[in-house]
Design a binder for this molecule. Structure first.
Ligand code: HEC
Length: 119
């Protein structure tokens, strides 16, 4: 189960400009799932949190030497066991390949978030 969070101001800014503003933070929370049979049939619902993926918008390319800052974003990974510990080591190794299909929309899968298109 994937849920993606950001600040309301970031959504408003995107609706007005079609871009994520400098400093925007996107958090993707990944949960396992549980399932069972209920009177409605086979059902699934959210389980424990597995990890959080985080992107921080950087329009100024502030950290060109840092392997976790690239393509206009800072990239990070956290797990529940220790929320203070950042676990990704390299954007290229840990994140880039899967975000190439979203390169034309600033590396974000914007089509998955209908509220970005609402006004
Ligand atoms: C196995 C493929 C894969 C890898 C590896 C991956 N992502 Fe993603 N990511 C996706 C997909 C697909 C989405 C779209 C939402 C969904 O389907 O979960 C996404 C969505 C996100 C989002 C929500 C905003 C958006 O772009 O839609 C964030 C934040 C994110 N990823 C950060 C990261 C970070 C940081 C890394 C590396 C540490 C990473 N991802 C690695 C596939 C991946």
């Amino acid at each position: 189960m994937h849920d993606v969070y950001t600040y309301a101001d970031t959504v408003t800014a995107f609706q007005e400009t079609g871009k994520f503003p400098d400093g925007a933070v996107l958090v993707k929370e990944v949960r396992g799932h549980r399932e069972g049979v209920r009177t409605t049939g086979d059902v699934q619902w959210g389980g424990d949190i597995v990890q959080w993926f985080v992107m921080v918008k950087d329009t100024e390319n502030r950290f060109p030497e840092n392997p976790l800052w690239a393509d206009g974003w800072g990239w990070a990974l956290f797990k529940p066991a220790d929320r203070t510990k950042q676990l990704a080591t390299s954007y290229q190794k840990d994140c880039m390949a899967c975000h190439i299909p979203a390169a034309h929309t600033d590396r974000v899968y914007v089509e998955g978030y209908p509220m970005l298109r609402e006004k």
